[in-house]
Design a protein around this ligand. Structure first.
Ligand code: ADP
Ligand code: MG
Length: 242
């Protein structure tokens, strides 16, 4: 049983097929990095996993729960798959710790005291112990993204999905976010990461998927794929990032 299993998964928007029938298993503990041109379906793939989009055909299972199941199943999948977006999407009127406490209270039914303890530990883990009572507007982009990671972790997911988590950040702030992600990977978290950070893909990724026009064109070891690009299309793509 894979942690995430695509079975002939298809996604269409009207007449436009954005994800062609996809068969793919992502195993527990894997760090799958997804790259590909803009519009190739990377975000859609992530959004189908945590049921922000409804698949059009086939099946998609997270920890053996189908995205096509009852609403109770969909709720379970959303608890199991935490998501971090390019734009951090923090609640602007809540402090860092209040942002992180929200999930444990609302989604896991924790008491306020329990949630505060969980949130404080996670903010410490992402290096923000000193910034717990700051509002998002008082934090840098890199700090906000680390709060967003803590917030996703606070719900105790089994899988973390990252959609270009460093793309909105200035280059000097990217490393602090990538470092937190690397730590998570080292701890064994199952991760699916859409990113253009090839050094992260090489160093942290256990697997690299190249998506093009809704097809997974390459799927393999990041170091192997990046050192010997197997297609013209992939070579061309690599030459044009950054
Ligand atoms: P990527 O993340 O690789 O840039 P996306 O998954 O965001 O690509 O989008 C893939 C394709 O699906 C694009 O052509 C995009 O325009 C289309 N698309 C995404 N979301 C919607 C939507 N809600 N309605 C219609 N088309 C969409
Ligand atoms: Mg995208």
């Amino acid at each position: 049983m894979s942690m995430i299993e695509f079975r002939q998964t298809t996604k269409r928007f009207g007449a436009h097929t954005v994800l062609h029938p996809l068969d793919l298993g992502i195993e527990s503990g894997e760090v799958a990095v997804i790259i590909g041109p803009s519009g190739s379906g990377k975000s859609t793939m992530l959004r189908c996993i945590n049921v922000l989009e409804t698949i059009s055909d086939g099946d998609l299972r997270v920890d053996d729960i189908s995205v096509l199941g009852a609403s109770r199943d969909v709720r379970r999948i959303r608890l199991e798959a935490g998501m971090v977006f390019q734009q951090f999407n923090l609640f602007p009127n809540l402090t860092a710790i209040q942002n992180v406490m929200f999930g444990p209270i609302r989604a896991r039914g924790r008491s306020k005291a329990e949630a505060r303890e969980i949130a404080a530990a996670l903010l410490q883990k992402v290096g923000l112990a000193e910034r717990m009572n700051h509002y998002p507007s008082q934090l840098s982009g890199g700090q906000q993204q680390r709060v967003a990671i803590a917030r996703a972790l606070a719900v105790e997911p089994k899988v973390m999905l990252f959609d270009e988590p460093t793309s909105a950040l200035d280059p000097e702030l990217r490393q602090e976010v990538l470092k937190v992600m690397q730590t998570l990977a080292t701890e064994g978290m199952t991760m699916v990461v859409v990113t253009h950070e090839m050094s992260f893909a090489k160093k942290v990724g256990s697997r690299l998927l190249f998506l093009d026009a809704g097809h997974v064109v390459h799927d393999g070891n990041p170091v192997d794929l990046l050192s010997a690009p197997p297609s013209e299309r992939f070579r061309d793509f690599l030459q044009h990032i950054d």
